[in-house]
Design a protein around this ligand. Structure first.
Ligand SMILES: *[C@@H]1O[C@H](CO)[C@@H](O)[C@H](O)[C@H]1NC(C)=O
Ligand SMILES: *[C@@H]1O[C@H](CO)[C@@H](O)[C@H](O)[C@H]1NC(C)=O
Ligand SMILES: *[C@@H]1O[C@H](CO)[C@@H](O)[C@H](O)[C@H]1NC(C)=O
Ligand SMILES: *[C@@H]1O[C@H](CO)[C@@H](O)[C@H](O)[C@H]1NC(C)=O
Ligand SMILES: *[C@@H]1O[C@H](CO)[C@@H](O)[C@H](O)[C@H]1NC(C)=O
Length: 414
């Protein structure tokens, strides 16, 4: 990885220098402090170019109270169709399993902050506008587009040394999975610094014989470097090559095809849960459509947000080998101490309902396209003194559920 970063940096330097000779050689001859300012100019041009590809012409724009702007973009103009592989893709407006949706337990409807300022007309989808600041917050332009050093929770043991990523998760394997669902309690835990995150998500993973990993991931996350604030946000993610060349959030690269005009991936979720008070959940179902093979994402029982096209994946067309539900944080150990970034609600699972974060309505989709709730879930925490997970349980109201999370640094987690 370090190698790759250096290589990336080198490629970047080479193009900057090349660009500089090509276009601004004459300025250099004349001027003094030219290398750095021309480097800056080159980067600025690169940023402009990226903004132009990412931000599509809008039918209407909506300014959210948190400062985000949502562009209502014609559905066929969305970034997914920039990928040559998807140029000829025929958009699917409804999966064939419709109306057979889900059976989430009762909860409040999902709401996003920007809804307070308006909505997108039919035939368009809301896309969070990328700003210059969004790009400049990343260490490099490559990093802006792609989530680097990403890992999946791997129970085989290598997990303990994964670049400061820590997990408290439940895990299911041993069969083929054609989807998964859960209602994830939404919180706003503390995130210590901008290059750390706290997320709660579903992982649908296929690891094939040659150890290549394909994933579909969705949930909520707080990630200041990515979004510029510490609000919990809905996100989607995918990779088809073990996070090597592919892997990005939301609509930052081609991949996820959105069809819904009411939900924006990458947008703040509000309301979220408050300690000892109202609880809110994000009910997510990801389900492979038996007709098209596309992996659909529903929120609640009936909001068809969009899908990951079947053509993005190779071996996962025969289902996934593994599903995980839980939390992940990054611990950068600033000043040699464990981070105070919280997972879940920022409280340990032992605190229970209203205080600790939970997953409920946990099910997977089997090869016959039935929702089934697991008979057994293994649960696992990388460092239970910092973040923990309860054993799973089952009830009539909640289906299969568990509590998870923690505060990070504390007496037992120095
Ligand atoms: C990514 O991983 C490499 C190798 O472990 C490490 O040197 C580098 O600092 C990491 N980068 C980030 C941004 O975490
Ligand atoms: C899903 O549908 C069930 C059964 O109709 C209903 O009780 C439940 O409130 C719905 N859940 C959500 C999140 O809409
Ligand atoms: C990542 O992709 C590059 C280029 O395709 C390849 O050479 C390299 O082996 C890959 N690395 C891993 C870890 O798969
Ligand atoms: C992974 O996705 C990229 C981008 O769409 C595509 O070019 C590549 O062929 C895919 N790889 C596999 C193994 O499907
Ligand atoms: C949803 O369906 C699954 C599979 O039939 C069942 O096991 C689970 O209890 C149901 N959950 C709820 C909340 O009704």
């Amino acid at each position: 990885m370090a190698d790759k970063l250096i290589r990336n940096a080198k490629t970047w330097m080479v193009s900057v220098v090349f660009f500089f000779f090509l276009c601004f050689g004459h300025i250099t001859m004349a001027g003094q402090d030219t290398l750095s300012s021309n480097g800056k100019l080159a980067k600025e041009l690169e940023v402009e170019k990226l903004l132009k590809t990412l931000n599509k012409p809008a039918v209407k724009s909506i300014k959210s109270p948190d400062g985000d702007i949502f562009d209502c973009v014609h559905i066929l103009n969305q970034p997914a169709f920039d990928d040559p592989k998807l140029k000829k893709h025929k958009i699917q407006m409804r999966p064939t399993f419709y109306p057979k949706g889900s059976n989430f337990s009762k909860s409040n409807p999902i709401a996003q902050l920007w809804h307070q300022s308006g909505n997108c007309p039919k035939g368009t989808i809301p896309i969070r506008r990328t700003t210059k600041d969004d790009i400049l917050r990343a260490d490099s332009i490559q990093q802006f587009v792609k989530k680097i050093n990403q890992t999946i929770p791997d129970l085989s043991g290598s997990l303990y040394s994964t670049n400061g990523h820590e997990y408290a998760i439940s895990d299911l394997r041993g069969d083929r999975y054609y989807g998964a669902q859960a209602s994830i309690n939404i919180w706003k835990p503390h995130v210590q610094q901008s290059n750390e995150f706290s997320l709660s998500q579903i992982w649908i993973v296929n690891r094939d014989d040659s150890n290549n990993v394909e994933t579909i991931e969705a949930g909520w996350q707080i990630f200041p470097e990515l979004y510029g604030d510490d609000n919990p946000r809905l996100f989607v993610y995918w990779t088809n090559d073990s996070y090597n060349r592919t892997g990005c959030y939301n609509l930052r690269c081609s991949g996820f095809v959105q069809v819904d005009n009411s939900i924006a991936v990458g947008a703040s979720l509000q309301p979220f849960s408050v300690y000892g008070a109202s609880q809110y959940v994000l009910s997510i179902l990801i389900r492979k459509d038996p007709g098209s093979g596309n992996w659909w994402m529903l929120l609640g029982n009936s909001t068809f947000v969009g899908y990951w096209p079947a053509s993005l994946f190779d071996r996962m067309s025969e289902g996934a080998s593994n599903v995980q539900w839980g939390g992940e944080i990054i611990n950068n150990r600033d000043h040699g101490q464990h981070t105070t970034t919280g997972m879940g609600s920022g409280n340990f699972p032992q605190e229970g309902f209203g205080k600790a974060s939970f997953y409920r309505d946990i099910s997977t989709v089997d090869r016959n396209n039935y929702l089934v709730s697991p008979n057994y879930l293994s649960t696992f925490a990388t460092n239970s003194k910092c973040y923990d997970i309860s054993p799973y349980a089952k009830s009539n109201d909640w289906g299969v559920y568990f509590f998870y999370g923690g505060p990070g640094r504390n007496q037992n987690c120095p």
